[in-house]
Design a protein around this ligand. Sequence first.
Ligand code: MN
Length: 199
Amino acid sequence: MPITLPDLPYAQGALAPHISAQTLEFHHGKHHKAYVDKTNELIKGGKLDNAPLEEIVRAAEGEKNQALFNNSAQAWNHSFYWKCMKPGGGGAPTGDVARAIEKNFDGYDAFKAAFADAGATQFGSGWAWLVARKGKLEVRKTPNAQVPWTEKGVTPLLIMDVWEHAYYLDYQNRRPAYISSFLDNLVNWDFVNENLAKA
Ligand code: MN
């Protein structure tokens, strides 16, 4: 079965005004779709045809197949990113992740500052992450399509896209304003808690 473009878990206009329908139309309908289509084109007829997306990403990284890695990892990253947001989200975390953030970062404000800094200082395109590793939470940043979860023992909890296509239509060059909106108004802590439960 080919890799599929998942539907957004909310309506295209549901994250406005923080992320507009127009941004989601292009980001999901054009950018994400292109990564999915290109991945399918690259695996067609090969040994990774029918493989789950996660396995394709790991194999491409292992074999240093850069084109396949870039497209499949971006397909994975975007599928995960949509689920990390919800209308009316953001603000202080809830549940187990609230307690874990309290313990690992000296409180939500310190976590927020570290996560925002990771996003703002990722030079060029890339991603900011909250991950669990060996029972602890860590903030990471990765360039381009790169993922931290192919590293042994790393479970991704939260991801934020800082490629310009994620925010330019709504915020132009003001990446920090997009990051603040993401943290204050969009983060889906329920999904982060689901991920933490698997770590
Ligand atoms: Mn993107």
